[in-house]
Ligand binder design. Structure first.
Ligand SMILES: C[S@@+](CC[C@H](N)C(=O)[O-])C[C@H]1O[C@@H](n2cnc3c(N)ncnc32)[C@H](O)[C@@H]1O
Length: 238
């Protein structure tokens, strides 16, 4: 089990505020789908809930209050032990309400999410939480998800880590995979090292994922992990 870091508390705070608002609007008449792409073990060392338990609790409350019809929760975790712990943690919280269904997939999100984005029927509104330690799922996959105007992606971009890798020949392949191409190497953000780099990079990412409406939440403090950008992507559904 991991220690809950300050930066994660802020991520969880945003998730707790944002997810119910989205669910209430889109879940009144149709089932929803939530995909936690980098789910973790579900609990931290002091028993604090991770994103999966936070969402299960919120979903149970929304269902009990008849605010949403129902929801399928899909959790993806690559580490076998964490995936098992997550399943147990979810089972011990789940109240058996059949309006909520969940499953834990011991898989690589970078493979599975592309497939899921094709399998989930477009009439269903889907919320993807993308919260990696390093590189997220690829931008072409996020772009495909966001083609569905009722879908959302909450993307945690680890700027501190990614920025360190731009000039590292050993990491170029990972950056290429994230972008889905190598054209980024010629983009203007690569020509500056000032604070402008971060801004240009973020604008480029938004264009790459074809984001129409993308509020950014930047988390600067993080004594334990260095700086990061927390960026949420939302498309207008009206
Ligand atoms: C930042 S933690 C997730 C924290 C969790 N979202 C929360 O808020 O409680 C990232 C998790 O992703 C898992 N992971 C790393 N690479 C992965 C991949 N390619 N696919 C799925 N899970 C992965 C790690 O084992 C780790 O548990």
């Amino acid at each position: 089990m991991d220690e809950l870091k300050e930066v994660s508390k802020v991520k969880h705070w945003i998730l707790e505020k944002y997810f119910p608002a989205w669910a209430r609007i889109l879940g009144q008449y149709k089932r929803l789908v939530y995909v936690d792409c980098f789910a973790g073990a579900g609990k931290y060392t002091e028993n604090e809930p991770g994103s999966p338990l936070i969402i299960l609790r919120l979903a149970s409350k929304l269902v009990k209050e008849n605010k949403i019809q129902g929801i399928n929760l899909i959790f993806i975790e690559k580490d076998k032990i964490s995936a098992e712990q997550l399943n147990n943690n979810l089972l011990s919280e789940y109240d058996g309400n059949d309006k909520i269904k969940f499953n834990v997939n011991h898989e690589d999100a970078k493979n599975l999410v592309g497939l899921l984005s094709q399998l989930i029927p477009p009439k269903l509104s889907t919320f993807f939480f993308v919260d990696p330690y390093g590189y997220p799922i690829s931008f072409p996959v996020i772009r495909r998800i966001l083609k569905n105007l009722k879908s959302e992606v909450f993307l945690n971009l680890m700027w501190y880590r990614i920025n360190m890798d731009f000039e590292n020949p050993k990491a170029i392949e990972s950056v290429n995979k994230m972008f889905g191409h190598s054209n980024w190497q010629k983009h203007p953000f690569m020509k500056t090292h000032s604070v402008k780099r971060e801004k240009l990079f973020l604008e480029y990412v938004k264009a790459e994922i074809d984001s129409k409406f993308a509020p950014d939440f930047k988390i600067k403090f993080s004594p334990d992990e260095g700086k990061g950008i927390l960026s949420s992507k939302r498309k207008c559904t009206t």
